[in-house]
Design a protein around this ligand. Structure first.
Ligand code: MN
Length: 196
């Protein structure tokens, strides 16, 4: 997993490499989601870190070692940079090796996608659905509430879909299932697999 390293004690928001993902994640959604929601998480985190004893740590270490407000903002920064980095308008296909891993753990790629979407649809309230690998490279799907990230459970997070309403409401309103089903076409599997 690419981690964020602070510069002079502060985390900087990366530049986003696309303006929209078809009409699934519109430019309007991105302007709020990336430009306002995520920016606020960065700003809050950078305000809270000085004097916390966590300054200077990489982002994933801050997430593992914090609680309360710092955890909420650091977790949301980590979740969002992983979410936005895994999509592309020219996504790379899944490797045969990763396909075999999904087949071993879920039966088929389609069964994996079905279960992932189902766990996203049934997550009550705000949160994230994740695909992660454990220390034996078994793949697991988890539902995480609010700012939670699988790194706190000693898992390696690979792929995530954001099911906070701010992620889809402007483009899909209440149709969370349609948003989740439409995201697969933009998943860059080279990026996902690089997190193994
Ligand atoms: Mn979000």
């Amino acid at each position: 997993m690419k981690d964020l390293i602070p510069q002079n004690g502060l985390f900087s928001q990366p530049v986003l490499c696309y303006d929209n993902l078809g009409d699934v994640v519109s430019n309007t959604t991105l302007s709020f989601h990336y430009g306002k929601h995520l920016k606020a998480y960065f700003d809050n985190l950078n305000k809270m870190l000085p004097g916390s004893g966590l300054e200077g740590l990489n982002l994933s270490e801050v997430v593992k070692k914090s609680e309360g407000g710092i955890f909420n903002n650091a977790g949301q920064v980590l979740n969002h940079i992983m979410y936005f980095a895994q999509f592309s308008n020219a996504p790379k296909a899944m490797s045969d090796t990763f396909k075999s891993m999904l087949e071993k753990n879920f039966g088929s790629v389609e069964d994996f996608k079905k279960e992932f979407e189902q766990k996203g649809v049934t997550l009550f309230g705000s949160g994230w659905v994740w695909l992660s690998a454990d220390s034996d490279n078994n793949l697991v799907i988890t539902q995480q509430k609010n700012a939670e990230n699988p790194v706190t459970m000693n898992l390696r997070p690979l792929l995530t879909f954001d099911v906070w309403e701010h992620a889809y409401y402007l483009d899909f309103q209440n149709r969370r299932a349609d948003y989740l089903a439409a995201l697969w076409q933009f998943v860059d599997w080279a990026e996902v697999e690089s997190r193994l």
